[in-house]
Design a protein around this ligand. Structure first.
Ligand code: ADP
Length: 396
C-alpha cells in the first residue's frame, strides 16, 4: 500500500510516500515559498532534487508533488493511481474530533469550525486537503488531528477553572498537541513492554515539548493547553506562567497582547534563560560545559519542570509503571534524561548509565528500577500512514 502523507503549512507543504505496513518511505520532500514563488525539494532513490516551480497556491504545490512522484527519472511510482490514500496532518480538531477520520464535506465543515482554535494552521491544512481533492478526486483522504489523542482526558483535566461561559460558548479548555506522537509512543510502548494495561508518562521533548499521562493506552492529561504555549519550558516558548505576567508586561512596556504572546512563544523558553545563547540543547550543553551559568540554568530549569510534571502525573495516575522519552531532546540527550530521572528516585526510577548513553529504541532503566524507562523514537508519519490505511481498509 502507498499512503501519501501531507503536512500543509501556510507557505509550505511537506510530503512523504510511505508503506504503512513496513514504514518504508520511498520518497519525501518539501514544497516551500507557496504564494511567493515556489520551490520543490524532493528526496528519493538516494538523490536530492531541487526545482523552482511556480506555486501561487497549494494546488500547484500538490500538482508538483504528484508530478515528481511519477517522474520517469526522479519518481518512485508509475501513476498517481498507485497512491491508495492521502493522510493529512491537521492541527486542531477542537471538540469535534476524537479520532482520525475519512474526509467528507461534513468533516471539512467541522475543521473549518475549529479555525478560531487553530487560526494559523487549520486554514493551511484545509488548503492542503482541498488541493488534493481537486487533483485526485477519487483517492480517499483522511484527517489525522494533533489534538485527537488527548480527547480521552476527563473534565477535571481539560477544564480551566474560569467562568463556564468561556467553555460553553467558546470551547476554551485544555486540548493538548503532539497527539500523533504521543499516540505512536503509547502504542509502540505497549508492544515493547508486552502489555496493554499500564500507567505511563510520555515525555515528548523537542524544540516544542509536551508530556502526557496515559492509562492503558488512553490519555488522561497533557501539558499543553488551548495552544502549544502551556506546560514545560521549550526551545523558545515559556511554558506555564502566571497569566498576570502578560498584563504587567503589556502595561509597563506598551506592548499589545499579541506582541506579548509573540514574545512568550518565540523569544522565551531555554533560549531566553540561556541569555539568548541558543534554543538548541546541544549548544546549551556545550555552553554549560564551558562554564556558562545561564546555559546551565536553562538546562536545570528544563529538567526540573519536566521532573515536576512526571511527579504530578504519577499522582494523577495513582502510580507509574513506564516512563518514556521521545523527540529530538528525549531521544538524543542522555544528559537531560539523566538530570530529569535524578529527581525521580522516590518513585523507584533508576537509570542504567551505560544504557542511557546508547542511541535508538531501547530500555534505559536498571534491572532493579521499579519503573521501566524507555527511549522510543517517535514516528508521527508512520502513525498517520497507519491510521489512514486502517480507515480506508475498514471503509472498503
Ligand atoms: P520539533 O519540536 O521542531 O519537532 P525535534 O523533536 O526535532 O523538534 O527536536 C529538535 C531539538 O532536539 C533541537 O532543537 C535540539 O535541541 C534537540 N537535539 C537534537 N539532537 C540532539 C542531541 N544530539 N543532543 C541534544 N539535543 C539534541
Amino acid at each position: 500500500m502507498n499512503i501519501l502523507i501531507i503536512n500543509a503549512g501556510s507557505s509550505s507543504l511537506k510530503y512523504q510516500l510511505m508503506d504503512p505496513d513496513t514504514g518504508v518511505v520511498s520518497a519525501k520532500g518539501l514544497c516551500e515559498r507557496i504564494g511567493i514563488d515556489g520551490r520543490l525539494n524532493h528526496n528519493a532513490n538516494g538523490k536530492k532534487v531541487v526545482k523552482d516551480i511556480p506555486m501561487p497556491t497549494h494546488s500547484e504545490a500538490i500538482a508538483a508533488t504528484l508530478d515528481i512522484l511519477v517522474d520517469a527519472v526522479d519518481g518512485v511510482i508509475k501513476s498517481t493511481d498507485e497512491i491508495d490514500a492521502v493522510g493529512h496532518r491537521v492541527l486542531h480538531g477542537g471538540m469535534e474530533f476524537f479520532d482520525s477520520c475519512i474526509i467528507d464535506d461534513e468533516v471539512i465543515a467541522a475543521i473549518e469550525k475549529c479555525i478560531p482554535l487553530g487560526p494559523l494552521h487549520n486554514p493551511a491544512n484545509l488548503m492542503g486537503i482541498r488541493a488534493c481533492q481537486a487533483v485526485m478526486p477519487t483517492t480517499p483522504q483522511v484527517a489525522v488531528f494533533d489534538t485527537a489523542f488527548h480527547m480521552t482526558m476527563p473534565p477535571k483535566a481539560y477544564r480551566y477553572a474560569i467562568p463556564t461561559e468561556y467553555f460553553k460558548n467558546d470551547s476554551i479548555r485544555r486540548y493538548g498537541f503532539h497527539g500523533t506522537s504521543h499516540k505512536y509512543v503509547a502504542k509502540r510502548t505497549a508492544e515493547l513492554v508486552g502489555k496493554t494495561e499500564f500507567k505511563m508518562v510520555n515525555c515528548h521533548l523537542g524544540n516544542g515539548s509536551s508530556m502526557s499521562a496515559v492509562l492503558n493506552g488512553k490519555c488522561q492529561d497533557t501539558t499543553m493547553g488551548l495552544t502549544p504555549l502551556a506546560g514545560v519550558p521549550m526551545g523558545t516558548r515559556s511554558g506555564d506562567i502566571d497569566a498576570a505576567v502578560v498584563q504587567f508586561i503589556c502595561n509597563k512596556y506598551g506592548m499589545s497582547v499579541d506582541e506579548c504572546l509573540n514574545m512568550l512563544n518565540k523569544k522565551s523558553g531555554v533560549l531566553a534563560l540561556s541569555g539568548n545563547v541558543s534554543s538548541d540543547f546541544r549548544d546549551l550543553g556545550n555552553g554549560a560545559a564551558e562554564g556558562n551559568e545561564e546555559c546551565q540554568l536553562a538546562l536545570d530549569k528544563f529538567a526540573y519542570e519536566v521532573a515536576k510534571y512526571v511527579g504530578a502525573y504519577a499522582a494523577a495516575l495513582k502510580g507509574i509503571d513506564v516512563l518514556t522519552f521521545t523527540a529530538g531532546v528525549g531521544e538524543n540527550d542522555g544528559a537531560t534524561r539523566a538530570a530529569i530521572c535524578d529527581y525521580l528516585g522516590f518513585l523507584g526510577v533508576k537509570l542504567d548509565p551505560e544504557l542511557n548513553a546508547q542511541r535508538g529504541e531501547h530500555k534505559i532503566s536498571a534491572e532493579d528500577s521499579k519503573v521501566q524507562v524507555w527511549v522510543v523514537p517517535t514516528n508521527e508519519e508512520l502513525m498517520i500512514a497507519q491510521d489512514t490505511a486502517e480507515l480506508v481498509k475498514a471503509a472498503k
